[in-house]
Design a binder for this molecule. Structure first.
Ligand SMILES: [Zn+2]
Length: 121
């Protein structure tokens, strides 16, 4: 699988941070969540999310919205493609089969999945 060289809009990152980011995406199918990138690079969650959104916009990865329900707060119950907004209410939780009528019962996160290995330079 060829490696994609990524130089898009990452001027704010140091060389060491780019190496860390390359390690995170060194195989196709490798995934990353914003908090993982934030810890690895020493940046904020929103900065990490911005990087992932840029990768998605440049078609280097697929982004998914992870949906969590309060019945199992640490495990994503469902996913949606990024960019399609949030699940419509009422939303039937496939885990506890409860009908959710309030977004307060849900929480969300993001996951980026690399289409192929990415090297950041
Ligand atoms: Zn549930």
């Amino acid at each position: 699988m060829p490696i994609v060289i990524c130089q898009y809009h990452l001027d704010s990152l140091s060389d060491i941070q780019k190496i860390e980011l390359s390690r995170q995406f060194n195989e196709s199918g490798k995934n990353a969540m914003p908090h993982q990138i934030a810890v690895r690079l020493g940046i904020t969650y929103s900065e990490a999310l911005t990087i992932l959104v840029k990768l998605e916009a440049n078609r280097l990865c697929e982004m998914k919205l992870l949906i969590y329900h309060q019945c199992e707060p640490d495990i994503p119950i469902s996913t949606m493609p990024y960019g399609q907004g949030f699940p419509q209410l009422p939303w039937l939780c496939p885990n506890c089969e409860e009908e959710v009528e309030d977004y307060k019962e849900l929480s969300f996160d993001f996951m980026a999945i690399a289409f192929q290995p990415i090297q950041f330079t």
